[in-house]
Design a protein around this ligand. Structure first.
Ligand SMILES: Nc1ncnc2c1ncn2[C@@H]1O[C@H](COP(=O)(O)OP(=O)(O)O)[C@@H](O)[C@H]1O
Ligand SMILES: CC(=O)N[C@@H](CCC(=O)OP(=O)(O)O)C(=O)O
Length: 299
């Protein structure tokens, strides 16, 4: 007896699904915190793919929690209203006025746009910031930096830049348990009543730690962490990351990103991955195929 001729393209599709099976089984019921960076958000087709991937995760029994950035979009709005802003080691120096604009762009425009994309893809997204239900209590970020000439640690004042001090998971659990997808803007409120601008990677790491997430996925605009010659580093641990920081291989936005990954894996998060958000369906390739993508960070 001879078998039917099978279209190789159809067979490849079926093989992709069977390749995904062990991953689907491993991840069912687990929480994945996905940070969608402002740079990766620029392209509408990519945003649509991202939203569809998030809905797919929810549909196969994974619990996705989205945290978004919006640095370039805040920058564009500040420019429009004629407000200057600087970055120190990847963090925006934030005056009271900058914090107001950051909140407007993050909690208003971007959060609702992403909620809209996910809902259009068939999901039910609920947009919140750290202020909703008071779920993120922020504190002013205390940062010091060694002066290379004198070797003295100096205090860096970033203004209203916050770090999550406590994350109450109740509101996230309530949204997730009712079949909806939380979409979180990185804004928090302090005991002092001030609004704090929180780096989105830092926020995602704090949320992932509070939830004991299986994975923290950070989607950005590079292939992953690159070495000095531009080659992708596929596997890092805290010791290797400290060395990359000391020899200046990582700079700018990659600094808070990797600090977040280290803090997350040292908390209860199994692993963190830095992924190229410019690649369509990067998340699915990383999670459900044998190839993986980007840089994996583990303990
Ligand atoms: N070693 C490195 N490997 C990759 N990217 C790096 C490295 N060092 C610095 N970067 C910078 O970090 C950027 C990613 O951080 P960021 O701009 O904050 O992205 P996002 O908006 O996605 O959070 C890259 O575009 C790159 O310019
Ligand atoms: C303190 C700080 O730097 N906050 C960030 C918040 C947005 C962000 O982190 O967005 P991306 O992930 O797109 O970079 C900012 O003001 O740009």
């Amino acid at each position: 007896m001879t078998g039917h001729a099978i279209d190789p393209a159809m067979l490849a599709k079926a093989e992709t699904l069977t390749e995904a099976l062990p991953y689907l089984q491993r991840y069912a019921g687990k929480t994945f915190v996905v940070k969608y960076g402002g740079h990766a958000m620029g392209d509408a087709a990519l945003a649509r793919d991202f939203a569809a991937d998030i809905v797919l995760l929810k549909a196969v029994g994974i619990n996705p929690v989205v945290v978004h950035g919006g640095g370039p979009q805040i920058g564009a709005m500040l420019k429009r209203v004629g407000v200057e802003s600087d970055f120190i080691d990847g963090l925006r120096v934030t005056t009271k006025e900058t914090a107001e604009i950051a909140e407007m762009v993050l909690s208003g425009a971007i959060n609702k746009e992403l909620v809209g994309w996910i809902n259009a893809a068939g999901g039910r997204a609920v947009g919140i910031s750290g202020k909703d239900g008071g779920f993120v209590k922020a504190a002013k970020l205390r940062r010091t930096k060694k002066d290379p000439d004198s070797n003295i640690e100096r205090i860096i004042d970033l203004g209203f830049v916050g770090e999550p001090e406590t994350v109450d998971r109740t509101i996230i659990d309530t949204i997730s348990a009712s079949g909806m997808i939380p979409v979180i803007a990185p804004i928090g409120v302090g005991e002092d009543g001030h609004t704090y601008n929180i780096n989105a990677d830092t926020m995602a790491g704090a949320v992932a730690a509070a939830l004991g997430a299986a994975r923290l996925l950070l989607l950005t605009d590079v292939a992953g962490v690159l070495d000095k010659s531009g080659q992708l580093l596929t596997d890092l641990d805290p010791a290797k990351i400290a060395a990359l920081q000391d020899d200046g291989t990582i700079s700018g936005g990659m600094i808070p990103k990797l600090e977040t990954c280290v803090a997350a894996v040292q908390a209860k998060v199994d692993a963190a991955v830095i992924l190229d958000g410019r690649v369509p369906h990067a998340m699915l390739i990383e999670m459900f195929t044998n190839s993986g993508a980007g840089t994996l960070i583990h303990k």
